[in-house]
Design a binder for this molecule. Structure first.
Ligand code: AMP
Ligand code: MG
Length: 309
């Protein structure tokens, strides 16, 4: 296996396969390489990065306070597609956290990612290995299409099993709350039913403005194909595709749909046609297992057709 420390010592970044999407990795103690991550992606510095760890102990060392709740969620859902936002340890640079006093932590569930994280001297930041606002990469070829081998060593770990970015929750020990900041394939029901006694689950009841204040960058991150995308949720949607549009289809099961989402959008984007057209099953709008897919599609879509239209 490739030695991640040698890659970083040579001044290059590592593209690491995870179960969600491929990440563009740099060690948390190399500000120069972290700056390269922002620069290569074109990501604004106001958008904080998720620190990826190989163990719960490593996560605890990145946190100023590691509450019983954070520990409980980590042991229940890690390795897996759940990111925990907790108070930041002094050792975590504010460049990583966009100046915030909190840090986002995750242990990915992918054998190659875990092996690389265990081999790495320190945890790594690893935002998606794509250009800012573009579709996230779910295979090594997607990464190779965006970055040169001179800048990035790509480790091929096959197709991403989950296919969309992690669920993010903020764990606030003072308020005894766990707040959903970004939906993902670890669902709200599973999280809400996993809390310790006395803790409260907050499911995005805040306004978008309030959420943006605690999760900066959230609103500005989009996941866009190049061509304009229309998402049609109407039960009586026309059977034929609009003139000049390429049809994107998703499997009926939410897990399969998440796994296929970015790949299908990419494939459709590369075909001849001036726009993309995706029909959703009308039941998806009220099905909690589709919440994360709808969240990504809302960011990707230029037009959103709902039943009342
Ligand atoms: P990703 O785009 O998958 O790399 O995830 C990064 C996102 O995680 C950011 O856009 C933020 O919304 C969120 N995030 C990262 N760090 C924090 C933090 N300290 N507090 C709140 N949200 C965070
Ligand atoms: Mg991203």
């Amino acid at each position: 296996m490739i030695d991640p420390n040698a890659v970083f010592d040579s001044g290059r970044l590592l593209a690491l396969p995870t179960e969600t999407v491929y990440g563009l990795a740099a060690p948390i103690d190399r500000p120069d390489l972290i700056a390269r991550v922002f620069a290569l992606k074109g990501r604004p510095p106001s958008n904080p990065l998720i620190v990826h760890v190989g163990s719960v102990d490593q996560a605890r060392a990145c946190a100023a306070e590691w509450s019983d709740m954070a520990d409980h969620l980590a042991r229940r859902f890690w390795p897996g597609p759940l990111t925990l936002v907790v108070p930041r340890a002094e050792s975590i640079s504010p460049v990583i956290t966009a100046g915030q006093d909190t840090v986002a932590l995750r242990m990915p569930n992918h054998p190659v990612a875990l092996a690389l994280l265990k081999a790495s001297r320190v945890p790594v930041v690893a935002p998606s290995a794509n250009l800012f606002t573009r579709l996230s990469p779910t295979c090594a070829a997607d990464v190779a299409a965006a970055f040169s081998a001179e800048d990035v060593e790509i480790v091929d770990g096959g197709r991403c099993e989950v296919g969309i970015e992690s669920t993010i929750v903020a764990v606030d020990e003072t308020r005894q709350t766990v707040t959903l900041l970004r939906p993902g394939m670890v669902g709200s029901e599973a999280l809400a039913s996993s809390l310790l006694p006395g803790w409260q689950w907050i499911n995005a009841v805040q306004s978008e403005a309030e959420l943006s204040a605690i999760a900066p960058g959230r609103m500005r991150e989009h996941y866009r194909p190049v061509k304009p995308l229309t998402v049609d949720c109407r039960a009586q949607a026309p059977r034929s595709t609009p003139e000049g549009a390429v049809t994107v289809s998703l499997p009926p099961d939410a897990r399969d749909a998440a796994r296929a989402l970015y790949r299908r959008l990419r494939e459709a984007d590369q075909q001849d046609g001036c726009s993309l057209y995706l029909r959703l099953p009308p039941t998806a709008l009220s099905d909690p297992s589709w919440a994360a897919i709808l969240n990504r599609l809302r960011k990707a879509a230029s037009h959103w057709l709902v039943p009342s239209d």
